[in-house]
Design a protein around this ligand. Structure first.
Ligand code: NCD
Length: 343
């Protein structure tokens, strides 16, 4: 595995399986039963130049739960980039302060450019419409856990990716990751103009994914194992696209009726979040809240053990996690969310 995590393409299937096993060992810590101090003294630099809640906070929390400390900066306005500082200079400077760096930036390729100026591990927290590898890793960890519960395997699975497949970086990383675990069927459904880039489809098809593309959800998806839905990334639209793109039709909404009529009782629903809950957005519907097939909050919870695993691997402490485990002493509720079921 490379010293950085910039793209899924730097990982082999064995690397991913290793990270899944390390993440599973992080569960007692992520579930707040045990404490480790394996990264005591280490400092993370969390640099977010684009909007974020869960990625920024979960990287931060994951590093803290390993015993490390986090320094962060958000937005361009309060950073030296607003004064014209280059990615190279920022990278070299931050590397003098921190032992690992997570960066999110609006430009595709920017995090890789930043990483070229440092020997400190850099994690791509999202580079514009490019990639979001840690999200794909927590997604595959989630699929793996859900499939184990349902007695399924990844081999031969059928995955439906829907929404903004053109600008959605999470699906760009996820489809690359799925292609390591083929043979598998992947159906792509997006509104016209927001299709998955053709070059990416060619790459993953050549690796053995059987891809079908559609422009609507009005088909029989009764053999689909995972519906992975994404938000329309309007902030990445060109002006011409913004003018041409009206309100997203309800035909693209994944809701209870779609799941009951077109899918099956064991189809799980995932979304990288945030879902746009404004009525005109027609994103993943709230009428699925409380339905056990909705895996979105199990998915966000899985971000902690997987991001801990990524840090442990890049900072080479994954063999030492169990050495200094201690019991948690504070109050921890039985279930995290008020609507959580017991699995
Ligand atoms: C996504 C992102 O920022 O790429 N969110 C996330 O990190 N979980 C998806 C989005 O913004 O729609």
């Amino acid at each position: 595995m490379s010293p950085h995590l910039l793209s899924i393409d730097s990982l082999s299937r064995d690397d991913v399986n290793h990270l899944i096993r390390v993440a599973a060992r992080m569960e007692p810590i992520a579930q707040r039963r045990k404490i480790t101090r394996v990264l005591e003294g280490a400092v993370l630099g969390n640099l977010f130049f684009e909007a974020s809640t869960r990625t920024r906070v979960s990287f931060n929390a994951a590093f803290c739960r390993l015993g490390g400390t986090v320094c962060d900066t958000t937005g361009f306005t309060f950073s030296s980039m607003a004064k014209g500082e280059s990615l190279y200079d920022t990278s070299r400077v931050m590397s003098g302060y921190c032992d690992a760096i997570v960066m999110r930036h609006p430009d595709q390729g920017s995090v890789a450019e930043f990483a070229r100026a440092t020997n400190v591990p850099v994690i791509n927290g999202g580079d514009g419409p490019g990639e979001h590898p840690s999200q794909a890793l927590l997604d595959i960890y989630t699929i793996n856990k859900e499939f184990t519960r349902l007695g399924k395997t990844l081999n031969g699975a059928h995955i439906l990716l829907t929404g903004d497949l053109k600008y959605g970086r999470t699906v760009h990383s996820l489809i690359r990751l799925l292609s390591l675990f083929g043979p598998m069927r992947v159906t792509l459904v997006s509104p016209p103009g927001l299709e998955m880039p053709a070059a990416l489809i060619d790459t993953v098809s050549a690796r053995g994914l059987q891809i079908t593309s559609r422009d609507n959800l009005n088909s029989d998806f009764s053999d689909v194992d995972v519906v992975y839905t994404t938000r329309i990334q309007k902030e990445r639209f060109t002006q011409e696209m913004s003018e041409g793109f009206g309100v997203l039709s309800r035909d693209f909404t994944v809701d209870l009726a779609f799941l009951n009529q077109r899918c099956n009782n064991n189809t799980i629903v995932m979304h990288p979040l945030p879902r746009d809950s404004r009525p005109e957005a027609n994103d993943l519907d709230v009428d699925l809240n409380g339905d056990p097939r909705l895996a979105i909050f199990r998915q966000t919870d899985n971000g902690i053990p997987m991001r801990m695993a990524i840090f442990a691997k890049l900072l080479q402490v994954e063999d030492q996690i169990e050495k200094d485990l201690r019991d948690v002493r504070w109050f921890v509720p039985k279930t995290i969310g008020v609507d959580d079921a017991g699995f």
